[in-house]
Design a protein around this ligand. Structure first.
Ligand code: GDP
Length: 646
């Protein structure tokens, strides 16, 4: 297990409370007395100040005073009184008859009732507490970042229990049973534990994850890979691993269905090693939890591991900083209009704020949390559902704060214009082998990311083995994903997200994948000869990729008469039976099935005029340079040579 990493001068209030067998609320009283400011569950101070607090705690041992900030929520009280948030939520109605959600502010009377109900005395934090003594270091200042909850996505093979796990966590931990459970689905929810809060993105599977990433939105901090203990690693498990690794997101493995007979966690861990996922028990770095989404066994431990991983990652945001957020889900609802779920990443979103979201805009008319509770503010890592956008934004769109709705409208309109212009000119920003060199110069690309698909496992391995050796001083071929089968839309999504080129060996893109690749400007290269594939990639890495040319059939003509002109020699009087014929096109002349000439259309005449092009149904005169060996009834096939993969 990793050792805990903490910010050097942040002191956890719960730790101090434990040391003196006080509740965190009693420690709040001490901090309040000393005029030391604190935020949430910790305070920032030097060693000397911590000692000062310790002394205060010693004095406070017999004192039952619990100090709370005005507008504290039941969740804050649960922390202060050292009771699990779930118990607090249950007691709210059952014991205190207070109908409030866990995160909503309580009135002073309500807070007093609860604190006294737990056998303590209630005090409100004095204003002085926000003005620290000169010696003590202040709490978060504007522009200062504080810890934020981790944002977690669950991935894995179909039927391995992703939805069940999300459901279990949601139902067990949201103390909302008294309200009839959560019926609302907003694409994300939060779970509150005594040790912290976790935000779960509620769309299992890697399609959503990769789609968002393809749009430049990387909101996931930690990925949970669910593997059924009775089933082991399956194709989508491997795909999920590759997507997580490509995104460089830390992974926690949840071996699920451990309640089932035949579940074998060891076997799963062994299989994982083959995909470079090495569990801690095998000497690696990957954290593993054995769980059952059915019985809930092991789930609390999994949640603890998530929080531990989050602590190591030092995830921070500034609630008073610039507003940043991403659209997680969106839809058009009858009677409500465009509805979007936003995940706040930095700053605080307030009801009434004017926003630009992607290329739409609006003013937030209503904001609710995942329980459907009205909210007025949402801070970092908080998912909220908002109403008031002028149009439905797309998942992955970024939000931007505007002083007023008018400004937001102008900006949104200008974005629509710009998008249109961009689509007309360049279309997209996908990487192609041919522009690898330029992109290297401009963007400093060092890796040539590749997605390799092939017909059979053996060829995947062969192609991979050879590609892994392709590198020079500047660029290296890096395989992001490899697998057996056709090139799918999911491959294109990943390619767009990771700036990869898709290489197919003896396979073709599916129809949908082809369309998506065109839309997103993802390059697909297919081969049936392995050495051609390797040569192309080698050439691209060296920046010497030769343009590839292909002949394209453009039309056919029939020679009807051999015409003689005294000055210009003879001309083939022809009739165009299909497509067109152009001057300069390549020409093959057939007599029956036999090819009698392979050359070029040197001149093309319409009566006496030289022309560039003649189409089906027209008569024309053709010469083939020096060659005049044709006869009446011969067939001319015309081709143009075009550069492919340019
Ligand atoms: P998903 O496709 O990964 O979202 O999988 P689901 O959550 O839909 O689960 C697939 C099936 O496995 C369902 O029938 C679940 O009831 C069952 N299942 C999920 N987790 C467990 C578990 O821990 N134990 C057992 N016995 N069954 C489970």
């Amino acid at each position: 297990m990793q050792t805990e990493v903490k910010k050097a001068n942040m002191t956890n209030i719960a730790d101090i409370a434990k040391e003196f067998e006080l509740t965190p609320g009693q420690v709040f009283s001490v901090l309040n007395d000393l005029g030391i400011s604190y935020e949430g569950t910790s305070f920032e101070a030097d060693k000397e100040t911590v000692e000062l607090v310790r002394g205060g705690c010693l004095e406070h041992l017999e004192n039952k005073l619990v100090t709370l900030k005005p507008n504290s929520s039941p969740r804050d009280l649960a922390f202060a009184l050292d009771v699990p948030a779930t118990d607090m939520q249950k007691s709210l109605i059952a014991k205190f008859r207070i109908m409030k959600a866990i995160g909503n502010p309580l009135t002073e009377d309500e807070a007093r009732k609860i604190v006294e109900g737990y056998g303590y005395q209630y005090a409100v934090a004095s204003a002085a507490a926000s003005k620290p003594k000169p010696k003590a270091v202040a709490g978060p200042k504007p522009g200062e970042k504080i810890h934020r909850p981790p944002v977690v996505t669950i991935m894995g093979h179909v039927d391995h229990g992703k939805t069940s796990l999300l459901d279990y966590i949601r139902k067990e931990n949201v103390a909302g049973k008294e309200f009839g459970g959560i019926t609302q689905h907003i694409g994300a929810y939060q779970v509150t534990l005594p040790e912290g809060v976790i935000t779960f993105l509620d769309t299992p599977g890697h399609a959503a994850f990769t789609n968002m990433r393809a749009r430049g939105a990387q909101v996931t901090d930690i990925a949970i890979l669910v593997v059924a203990g009775d089933d082991g690693i399956m194709p989508q498990t491997i795909e999920a691993i590759q997507h997580i690794q490509a995104a460089n997101v830390p992974m926690i493995v949840a071996v699920n269905k451990m309640d089932k007979e035949g579940a074998n966690a060891e076997r799963v861990l062994q299989q994982l090693t083959e995909h470079n996922v090495i569990a801690e028990s095998y000497g690696g770095q990957t954290i593993v939890a054995n769980v059952s989404a059915l019985t809930g066994k092991g789930v609390p431990e999994l949640l603890e591991l998530i929080l531990l991983q989050a602590e190591i990652m030092e995830l921070k945001a500034d609630p008073r900083g610039d507003l940043q957020g991403t659209v997680i889900e969106s839809k058009l609802e009858k009677g409500r209009g465009p509805v979007a779920t936003l995940l706040i990443e930095n700053g605080t979103l307030r009801a009434g704020d004017a926003l630009v979201v992607g290329s739409t805009f609006g003013r937030i008319k209503a904001m609710t949390d995942y329980r459907g509770e009205k909210m007025t503010e949402a801070g970092p890592s908080m998912p909220v559902e908002v109403l008031g956008m002028s149009d439905v934004p797309s998942a992955g769109d970024k939000i931007e704060f505007f002083e007023d709705e008018r400004g937001a409208r102008i900006e949104a309109e200008s974005r629509v214009q710009k998008d249109r212009a961009k689509n007309l000119t360049s279309g997209g920003r996908g990487l192609t082998l041919r522009d690898l060199r330029n992109r290297m110069k401009d963007d400093g690309i060092r890796d040539l990311n590749l997605i390799v698909k092939a017909d059979v496992h053996g060829s995947v391995e062969a192609v991979k083995g050879m590609l892994e050796k392709v590198k020079n001083d500047e660029v290296e071929a890096k395989i992001i994903l490899s697998g057996v089968g056709q090139i799918t839309k999911a491959d294109i999504d990943l390619a767009a997200a990771s700036d990869s080129i898709v290489v197919g060996f003896n396979v073709k893109p599916e129809g949908e994948a082809k369309k998506e690749a065109e839309k997103r400007k993802v390059e697909i290269r297919t081969y049936s000869i392995i050495y051609e594939l390797i040569e192309d990639i080698e050439a691209a890495v060296k920046g010497m990729l030769k343009p590839k040319f292909e002949e394209q059939f453009i039309g056919e003509a029939e020679i009807r008469v051999k015409m003689s002109f005294s000055k210009k020699g003879i001309v083939a009087g022809s009739y165009i039976t299909e497509g067109k014929v152009t001057r300069g096109a390549k020409a093959r002349v057939y007599r029956g099935k036999e090819l009698i000439h392979d050359g070029e259309i040197v001149t093309l005449k319409h009566f006496k005029d030289d022309v560039r092009e003649m189409s089906v149904g027209q008569e024309c005169g053709i010469t083939f340079g020096d060659w005049e060996g044709y006869a009446e009834g011969d067939r001319v096939e015309a081709f143009e040579v075009v550069q492919v993969n340019a």
